[in-house]
Write a protein that binds this ligand. Structure first.
Ligand code: KG4
Ligand code: ZN
Length: 337
């Protein structure tokens, strides 16, 4: 048994994954259980908030029980309970936050409310313990596309962000348009394999302009191209679209890393599971002499281990969160000024 005396139960219910994990000392994952609601929402082509909240209510307690069981721990072994406070769907967030507070009260433990985006930034730390700061983090999820200079836990500077759609949202919308199913990212990646990434010259928006992103024009370009070329294969369209997104993400992440003198580049968020993006980022980092930190696939997408890790750090540095703090669907990443 490891004994740092810092066992945190993490709870994540911000969107459509019901997750719980037990993490020791902010980095050693004793268990991580994720119950995906993908099948529930797939027939609607996207997450239905009302259904997500109800499903979290049914799934969360069994998921927590499984996480504790797999870790071989009970409530009395724990030192804190951490849950995602936002951003996310309010009905979903409330389920996780309420259960975390109730457990903290019952077990007489501190409660820690964690920012979901900060959780994604901590995901890389779970697997790479000797990171040298600062690192440029490209956080690409269904709701966010951020380029952040992480100078250490809790120390973030925003370098760039999307001005419209998030990268994952673009994948989801294009997949929906092509009838490839939900979630769109993995569907596009599957469809693109064997396709020609140069079949369509889709726009690389704002490539030479700073570190912000724009993806809504790309989605429109895909729609126009398919209407003009109804004979085009989904493979070629998906591969060309994916290449356009990856080109912009990698170019801006490398540029950001050089601009802030980063010691490495890190991927985070669901889109970081994309194999083409992972390979392209690694290839761009090599000539710069920078390590590319690529979290394992399960650590990229929503999970509670990253929430427990961020919660442990927050408890150490900031302290517990008051029990009357509410969930916030629009919570922003706390930035250095
Ligand atoms: O971080 P995440 O699990 O949830 C949010 O916080 O949003 O990210 C989900 C997003 C979805 O848009 C999904 O389509 C995308 O990540 N995604 C991918 C891949 N796997 C998930 N995008 C591209 N390629 C993938 N393999
Ligand atoms: Zn997420």
């Amino acid at each position: 048994m490891t004994g740092t005396g810092a066992l945190v139960l993490g709870i994540e219910t911000s969107c459509d994954d019901t997750a719980a994990a037990v993490v020791d000392g902010g980095s050693e994952v004793l268990s991580s259980v994720v119950s995906s609601q993908v099948d529930l929402h797939a027939i609607y082509g996207g997450v239905v908030p009302e259904l997500a909240g109800r499903a979290h209510l049914e799934l969360l307690t069994p998921v927590i029980k499984e996480a504790l069981g797999r870790a071989g721990r009970t409530g009395s072994d724990l030192h804190a309970v951490a849950a995602t406070m936002g951003p996310g769907l309010i009905g979903s967030l409330l389920v996780g936050v309420s259960e975390a507070k109730a457990l903290a009260l019952a077990w007489e433990l501190p409660f820690v409310g964690v920012n979901h985006l900060e959780g994604h930034l901590f995901a890389a730390l779970l697997e790479h313990r000797a990171i040298e700061w600062p690192v440029a983090v490209l956080l690409v999820s269904g709701g966010h596309t951020l380029l952040v200079s992480m100078e250490g836990p809790g120390r973030y500077r925003l370098l760039g962000q999307t001005l419209d759609d998030a990268a994952g949202e673009a994948f989801d919308k294009v997949a929906r348009f092509l009838g490839l199913g939900y979630p769109g990212g993995p569907a596009i990646e599957r469809a693109a394999s064997g396709g020609d990434p140069a079949a369509f010259a889709f726009p690389r928006a704002m490539l030479g302009e700073g570190l912000d992103f724009s993806f809504s024009g790309l989605k429109t370009a895909v729609v126009h191209a398919v209407r003009r070329h109804p004979e085009a294969s989904d493979r070629d369209v998906a591969a060309s679209f994916q290449r356009a997104v990856v080109d912009v993400l990698v170019a801006k992440a490398s540029k950001a890393a050089v601009a802030v003198g980063a010691r490495g580049v890190c991927l985070a968020g669901g889109v970081a599971a994309n194999g083409v993006l992972r390979q392209a980022l690694a290839e761009a980092c090599a000539p710069l002499g920078l390590p590319a930190y690529l979290p394992s696939l399960a650590t990229c997408t929503d999970n509670a281990a990253m929430i427990a890790a961020a919660g442990w750090w927050q408890l150490e540095q900031v302290g517990p969160t008051p029990l009357d703090a509410g969930a916030d669907p629009n919570l922003r990443l706390p930035l250095l000024t």
